[in-house]
Design a protein around this ligand. Structure first.
Ligand code: ARG
Length: 404
C-alpha cells in the first residue's frame, strides 16, 4: 500500500520540488497551505499548483482567527519579546500549522508529515517538537534539510519533474510572514554590517518617509487583549490587520537584529511587526495602570520564561500551560483604553483610562489640598523600613562612624 504524507506547503520552489521528491520516496502527497495572514499570495493559485506538481489533494485552511486568538494572544498578554525585541512572529505559526496538519493526517489515515525547513533554523525544531507531542507515531520528512542541493541542482530537478521554475530575477531573501509580522533573512542581510536596503522591507515605510503629522488612536483592551480600535469592536485578527496598515504607514515596527538561534547560530534578521509594536506598548501601559505593584514586578520574570519557551519550540509543554494560567489570571483586571501616538517610527502611549480597574488614585497622588495620603504615617514607616540596616550599622559600622 502506498504511504500517505501531509506536506506543509507554501507554493514556493522548495516545497513544490518537495512534492515529486516525496512521490519518488513512495508517498502519496496531501499538500496543505495554512492561511495565517501571510498575504500577498493568491492561495487559490498555490492550491492549484500543488495539484499540478503532483499532490493527490491540495487543501487551503483559513487559520487567521485561530492564529490570532490562540497563538498571538498569549504573546500580547505576556509582553513576549525574544531577546527584548522580537515578537515571535514565525515561532507562533509553527505549532498551529502542525496542529492542523496532524488533524488532516488523522482524517486521511496518513503515515507522515513533511515540512520545508532547512537544518539550520529554529522552525524545524518547532515543527518536529509539535509533531512528537501530538502524535509520535507520525513519521517526519524534511526534504529541504535532506536535499543538500545547490540552487542549480534544484532547478534542474524541478525542470525534470514539471515543477514550474519562477522566471526573472529571484528575491535574494528568505521571508516568512503572517498577520503578526514578517521575518526576512539572507541575501545582503547575511553581512551584519550591510545596511538593509529598501527592498528588504515589505510592511512599513522608512520612518523618515512617514507623514509629518502624528496619528492618534485609541486601543481598548478586555482581559489583556485589544478588542476595539477607535471604539470600533473587531476580532483580534481583523484589528491586527487594520493596525498593521496604519502603523506600517507611520514607519513603526522595524526591527534589525542579531539573534541567538536555538541551534546555536547567531543570525541577522530584519523583522517588521507594526501592529505588534503598537499593541504591545499599549498593553504594557495599561498593565502599569491596573496591575498591583508586586504582580507587576513579578510577572516579567515569568514573561521571560514564556518567551523563551515559545522561541525554543516548547509550546506544548506542561510548564507553558502552567505559566499561561498565571498570566491569564493577572489579565482579568487589564481592562481599559490607551491612547497611542504614532509618529515616524515610534508608537507611544500618551493617555490611558480604566473605568473598572484603574489603581491610580488621584487623591493619593495629588499635591493639592485634595490629598488623602497620611503623610504623618510616612515617618514611622521609614523608621521600620530601615530598622534592619540601622541595627547592622550600629553593630558593624561599615558605612558609619562609631561614637565614642
Ligand atoms: N529567526 C526567526 C525565528 O526563528 C524567524 C525565522 C523565519 N524564517 C525566515 N525565513 N526569515 O523565529
Amino acid at each position: 500500500m502506498t504511504k500517505k504524507i501531509v506536506l506543509a506547503y507554501s507554493g514556493g520552489l522548495d516545497t513544490s520540488v518537495a512534492i515529486p521528491w516525496l512521490i519518488d520516496k513512495g508517498y502519496e502527497v496531501i499538500a496543505v497551505v495554512l492561511d495565517v495572514g501571510q498575504g500577498g499570495k493568491d492561495l487559490e493559485a498555490i492550491q492549484k499548483k500543488g495539484l499540478q506538481v503532483g499532490a493527490v489533494q491540495s487543501i487551503v485552511v483559513d487559520g487567521k482567527e485561530e492564529f490570532a486568538d490562540k497563538y498571538v494572544a498569549p504573546v500580547i498578554k505576556a509582553n513576549a519579546l525574544y531577546e527584548g525585541a522580537y515578537p515571535l512572529v514565525s515561532a507562533l505559526s509553527r505549532p498551529l500549522i502542525i496542529d492542523k496538519l496532524v488533524d488532516i493526517a488523522h482524517e486521511n489515515g496518513a503515515d507522515a508529515i513533511a515540512h520545508g525547513s532547512t537544518g539550520k533554523g529554529n522552525d524545524q525544531v518547532r515543527f518536529e517538537a509539535a509533531i512528537h507531542a501530538l502524535d509520535p507515531d507520525l513519521a517526519i520528512e524534511a526534504p529541504i534539510r535532506d536535499f543538500h542541493w545547490s540552487r542549480e541542482e534544484e532547478i534542474d530537478y524541478a525542470k525534470d519533474h514539471n515543477v514550474p521554475v519562477p522566471i526573472g530575477k529571484q528575491s535574494p531573501y528568505s521571508i516568512d510572514a503572517n498577520l503578526w509580522g514578517r521575518a526576512n533573512e539572507a541575501g545582503i542581510l547575511e553581512d551584519p554590517w550591510n545596511v538593509a536596503s529598501d527592498d528588504a522591507w515589505g510592511m512599513t515605510v522608512a520612518p523618515e518617509e512617514a507623514p509629518d503629522e502624528a496619528t492618534l488612536l485609541d486601543l481598548t483592551f478586555e482581559k489583556g487583549l485589544p478588542v476595539a480600535l477607535n471604539g470600533e469592536k473587531m476580532t483580534l485578527a481583523n484589528l491586527i490587520v487594520k493596525l498593521n496598515k496604519i502603523a506600517g504607514e507611520n514607519g513603526i515596527g522595524r526591527i534589525d537584529k542579531i539573534e541567538n538561534r536555538l541551534v546555536g547560530i547567531k543570525s541577522r534578521e530584519v523583522y517588521e511587526a507594526p501592529a505588534a509594536a503598537v499593541i504591545m506598548a499599549a498593553h504594557k501601559d495599561l498593565e502599569d495602570l491596573t496591575l498591583e505593584r508586586d504582580v507587576a514586578h513579578y510577572k516579567p520574570l515569568l514573561e521571560q520564561k514564556v518567551t523563551d519557551l515559545i522561541y525554543n519550540a516548547l509550546w506544548i509543554t506542561p510548564l507553558f500551560d502552567a505559566l499561561q494560567a498565571f498570566i491569564d489570571h493577572t489579565q482579568a483586571v487589564v481592562n481599559g483604553t490607551v491612547k497611542m501616538k504614532l509618529y515616524k517610527g515610534q508608537a507611544v502611549a500618551i493617555a490611558r483610562q480604566s473605568e473598572e480597574n484603574s489603581l491610580y488614585n488621584k487623591n493619593l497622588a495629588t499635591y493639592t489640598a485634595a490629598d488623602s495620603f497620611d503623610q504623618v504615617a510616612a515617618g514611622g514607616f521609614i523608621k521600620l523600613w530601615s530598622l534592619p540596616s540601622m541595627v547592622f550599622e550600629q553593630v558593624n559600622h561599615v558605612h558609619s562612624v562609631e561614637k565614642k
